[in-house]
Design a protein around this ligand. Structure first.
Ligand code: KG4
Ligand code: ZN
Length: 336
């Protein structure tokens, strides 16, 4: 079965054709990062306009690269939530038009469910149930993947997402947007022991995260050093930030797995590209004899293949939409 997946929730216009939820036939991503860099973050209005300009070409190329036409696809899947509303609307309306014109079923896909599905593309043997840490620019969730289409959130961030924390610390350190990848690069040659950063305690749900205190302490550390005329060692600070975020994410994920009885752990989302996060989780799982799954690095960021993969599982489980499908800026994945 061939699914065309369309993604436009943030600053990537992407489309892909995936076979049977697992095999990528084509994947096209048009990123707007260079344009948003000037502003230090995504400008929603610009994002929507660029999606409008790019979406037709991206979808045509995805079909062409797969060597098929629209008539060969079995369904059109699209990200409908969560994300920037104006950006989501472009993909949703484009997909609706395609589906209506071609008579193909329309399949709504939750963006975070899509990120989780990158693990199906990277690991042909992986099947639910498993526990997944989904960490991106907008989310940090620990999720029970009960089946391909049923999810239970057991932990979430109380404030900033892990990716947001990476990006805000990076910005304070003078790296361009999006800074997560720059922290990752700088951390390779840094010593994480020079700067000690806090591990904030979170009252209430023991699996919830909090990253805003970490961000504030990095900003304060930089201000204090600047006032005293002391130069910050960016590599060492990057290594500390990366180590701290990796430890926080790993500690809670492992704790949740032990408490809930999961020995199959996955990670997904933009932050799953981080080398410190990948190493910390994989080592913690190895020590406990847990199986650990992470997506190929090329699939960690937003892409259409993840939407086509999850779209396949939604479709075969009867999750489709009609022309009344609307985009939603926020939507819990427990309600899909
Ligand atoms: O999943 P994603 O591409 O978009 C959202 O759904 O938000 O995640 C983007 C986030 C950004 O915060 C970006 O800085 C972060 O993922 N990111 C990284 C790395 N690559 C991307 N953070 C740390 N290290 C990386 N290598
Ligand atoms: Zn994403």
């Amino acid at each position: 079965m061939l699914i065309l997946g369309i993604e436009s929730s943030c600053d990537e216009t992407a489309a892909s054709v995936v076979r049977d939820g697992r095999i990528i036939e084509s994947s096209v991503i048009s990123t707007q990062i260079e344009e948003h860099k000037k502003y230090g973050g995504v400008v929603p209005e610009i994002a929507s306009r660029r999606h409008c300009e790019n979406i037709l070409g991206v979808v045509k190329k995805a079909l062409g690269d797969a060597g098929i036409t629209l008539s060969d696809v079995d369904a059109v899947a699209v990200t409908y939530a969560p994300g920037l509303i104006g950006a989501l609307l472009v993909g949703v309306n484009f997909a609706k038009g395609l589906a209506m014109a071609s008579g193909k079923p329309l399949v709504p896909v939750h963006h975070i469910a899509g990120h989780i599905a990158t693990n199906y593309l990277s690991h042909s043997e992986l099947e639910p149930p498993f526990l997944c840490l989904a960490a991106s620019g907008g989310h940090s969730h620990i999720i029970e993947v009960l089946s391909y289409t049923k999810f239970r959130i057991v932990g979430r961030t109380r404030d900033d997402a892990a990716g947001e924390c990476f990006d805000k610390c990076a910005r304070a350190m003078g790296f361009p947007y999006p800074g997560g990848v720059h922290i990752d690069k700088a951390a390779q040659t840094g010593d994480p022991e020079q700067y000690r950063l806090p591990h904030p305690a979170v009252a209430g749900n023991e699996f919830d995260f909090s990253f805003s205190g970490l961000k504030t302490s990095v900003i304060n550390l930089i201000h204090n050093s600047t006032q005293k005329g002391i130069e910050i060692n960016r590599e060492n600070l990057a290594a500390s930030v990366q180590k701290t975020i990796s430890e926080l994410l790993t500690e809670k994920t492992i704790k949740a797995a032990e408490k809930l009885g999961y020995s199959k752990i996955a990670v997904a989302g933009g932050v799953s590209a981080n080398s410190g996060v990948r190493a910390a989780l994989s080592e913690a799982c190895r020590k406990r004899g847990f199986s650990f799954y992470m997506p190929e690095k090329s699939l960690c960021g937003d892409n259409g293949a993840m939407i086509a993969s999850q779209g396949y599982y939604n479709f075969i489980n009867g999750i489709t939409a009609d022309e009344s499908l609307n985009a939603a800026a926020t939507l819990s994945m427990e309600n899909i």
